[in-house]
Design a protein around this ligand. Sequence first.
Ligand code: THU
Length: 157
Amino acid sequence: MEELTLKSTIQVVQLSELTDMERAVVEKAKESTYNSYAPYSHFHVGAAILLKNGTIIPGCNQENAAFPSGLCAERSALFAAGAQYPDQPVLILAIAVRNSKGEFLEEPASPCGSCRQVIVETETRYNQPIRILLYGTKYTYAIDGIKQLMPLSFTEL
Ligand code: THU
């Protein structure tokens, strides 16, 4: 038997260690948590995406009484970007979360499996790895490309 060990690299950083542009995208993700519609989970997720043309697209989770009809923050931003700027590669995706007390999480939350799959598709579509920034008040995770979070992912293109 042969065993394959997969390795992921995640940078653990303070906001001061990010570039001005990266910090601006994180700030937009934090701001977007205030537009989250989360009356069921009270988990307010904000996302923001930087496109190659410099546009920042916000997103946030949108829940529904029929649970599967809602959508995560990451996909709401990625699909909004695809709908408005279909020819623009995505360079950065930032995520921030506030809990039911309205406080930002101390430790970063990471994207669900469905969002990871959509991030894989976006990287494949534009042939452009996405810098993923997961904000927490104690530290932020900075990740170069979804492969670090989703090895052996499924793509058809
Ligand atoms: N949620 C996101 O917005 N992004 C994720 O990656 C994980 C979960 C949302 C979905 C739901 O509105 C709430 O967080 C609780 O799961």
